[in-house]
Design a binder for this molecule. Structure first.
Ligand SMILES: Cc1cc2nc3c(=O)[nH]c(=O)nc-3n(C[C@H](O)[C@H](O)[C@H](O)COP(=O)(O)OP(=O)(O)OC[C@H]3O[C@@H](n4cnc5c(N)ncnc54)[C@H](O)[C@@H]3O)c2cc1C
Length: 303
């Protein structure tokens, strides 16, 4: 439990950047989540290093989030410090085929810069609402590609407050996973390698992906994208639908009628409602097809 002295110390170190009891529902795409004890949005990497080092010295747990588009935060909220890596850590630069982006840059921003420079590679990401940090950690992907094929190296900050780099080969990327999900470190920046491509082709491809999403995903309601990973050779949405769960509602949470691997918040859904649907989907799909669904979303917070 972080005490008020730690909060005061942080407020002195980072004036105007520290809040207490910040509702996490304001920082998740599901619009769900209780308060974080201490919430910090650093203005740059020096401030990030300050808060991380301070948390380490004072032994306060620290959790990092990006755009909160893959997160379910429980109503009990989060103890310790939540660090949000946002647009103040969002610089994007390019050199030849290389794009360097800070962790708080939106994937959409990086894809737009790439398109404008005639650099291909990020088209797949059209419509993924995450930050660079979240996308690298999750190895975000769609349309047969994922971000690991573009990552050259990543700059990290350890929880002790030291910067270090990791090359692609040392990140153990896999389907919606990377070693960074278990490494006690924060992604600060990533360097990507693209290839030259005609701007018009890039634009058309991104439009195609966006249109497909508009037709196949319930974008009118708060959600967190795919709840489960697709099992090998199948799709979680197909299995959940075949198990007869499409449209099932608990409280204000509903298995989408548009795409059964999405759970939507119809207004005032709670994390508990979502987790009940998650459990039901798991049980039914296991019972009907013998397939164990694995979560793609990350669940955090106290009961
Ligand atoms: C409508 C919709 C569509 C989506 N479509 C897709 C899709 O097609 N493909 C796909 O892969 N995902 C998709 N997602 C899920 C989500 O957008 C991605 O997983 C995205 O990469 C998460 O980024 P984020 O910044 O929101 O991360 P968050 O949700 O904030 O965090 C996700 C995880 O990454 C960690 N993390 C975040 N930033 C950092 C950092 N800087 N350093 C260390 N750890 C960090 C967090 O602790 C957490 O464990 C979709 C989501 C929505 C709402």
């Amino acid at each position: 439990m972080a005490d008020s002295a730690i909060c005061r110390e942080l407020q002195e170190l980072l004036p105007g950047r520290v809040r207490t009891g910040e509702p996490m529902k304001n920082h998740t795409s599901w619009r769900i989540g209780g308060p974080s004890e201490i919430f910090v949005e650093p203005a740059g990497r020096e401030e990030l290093q300050l808060v991380v080092s301070h948390a380490y010295r004072r032994q306060v747990p620290l959790m990092v989030i990006g755009n909160g588009s893959n997160l379910l935060v429980t109503e009990g909220g989060i103890r310790g410090i939540v660090v949000k890596i946002g647009s103040d850590l969002g610089r994007i630069t390019t050199r030849d085929l290389r794009i360097t982006a800070e962790a708080g840059a939106k994937l959409a921003g990086v894809a737009a810069v790439a398109r404008d420079k005639g650099l291909g590679g990020f088209e797949f990401s059209a419509g993924i609402p995450g930050t660079v940090g979240g996308a690298v950690v999750m190895n975000a992907g769609a349309n047969g590609s994922s971000i690991c094929s573009l990552v050259h190296k990543v700059l990290l900050l350890s929880l002790e407050g030291e910067f270090y780099q990791k090359a692609n080969k040392d990140i153990s990327f896999g389907y919606r996973t990377s070693i960074l999900q278990s490494e006690p470190a924060i992604v600060v920046e990533a360097e990507f390698f693209c290839h030259f491509k005609d701007k018009k082709e890039i634009t058309a491809e991104m439009e195609r992906h966006l249109n497909r999403r508009r037709q196949t995903q319930p974008l009118g309601y708060p959600n967190a994208g795919s709840v489960f990973k697709n099992p090998p050779g199948d799709s979680a949405g197909r299995l959940i639908e075949a198990a007869g769960l499409k449209g099932l509602r608990i409280g204000d949470a509903q298995i989408s009628t548009v795409h059964a691997n999405f759970i939507i918040n119809l207004g005032s859904a709670t994390a508990r409602d979502i987790l009940k649907l998650v459990e039901l989907a798991r049980e039914k799909v296991l019972g009907c097809f013998g397939v164990e669904l694995q979560l793609e979303i990350k669940v955090i917070g106290n009961d």
